[in-house]
Design a protein around this ligand. Structure first.
Ligand code: FES
Length: 121
């Protein structure tokens, strides 16, 4: 059974605005991840471009382009769909790795998966 962990308050995520970062362990490695809101729904992905495995934000927690329509990689401009993580243009090779989120009573939770666990504190 996946576990759920509180990530942030719902109001911390606004449509097309700054992301909330968090750490996960993906396939045994600690990785940065980020959560955003797009068209009312919350989404989270590993902060790892599929072109070169680099973090994508050009300023801390800034992933959206000016239109709030795409998630961009700062390095070579790969564009991803905010609601699916699918590659929408640029040099990406496939889509972003998704982290499942749920939102209940004003709190956003992230969920572990078979290759996605929590960091040990
Ligand atoms: S590393 Fe992201 S587009 Fe090249």
């Amino acid at each position: 059974m996946p576990d759920a962990f509180p990530l942030c308050n719902s109001r911390d995520l606004q449509n097309g605005a700054d992301a909330v970062p968090f750490d996960v362990v993906y396939a045994g490695q600690t990785c940065r991840a980020f959560a955003v809101r797009f068209e009312g729904q919350v989404h989270a992905y590993l902060n790892r471009c599929t072109h070169v495995a680099m973090e994508m934000d050009y300023q801390p927690n800034r992933f959206f382009d000016d239109s709030g329509r795409w998630l961009l990689c700062a390095t070579h401009g790969a564009a991803y769909q905010p609601d699916t993580g699918t590659c929408a243009g640029g040099p990406c090779r496939g889509g972003l790795v998704r982290v499942n989120l749920t939102e209940t009573d004003g709190v956003v939770y992230w969920h572990t998966a078979h290759n996605l666990t929590r960091t040990e504190f």
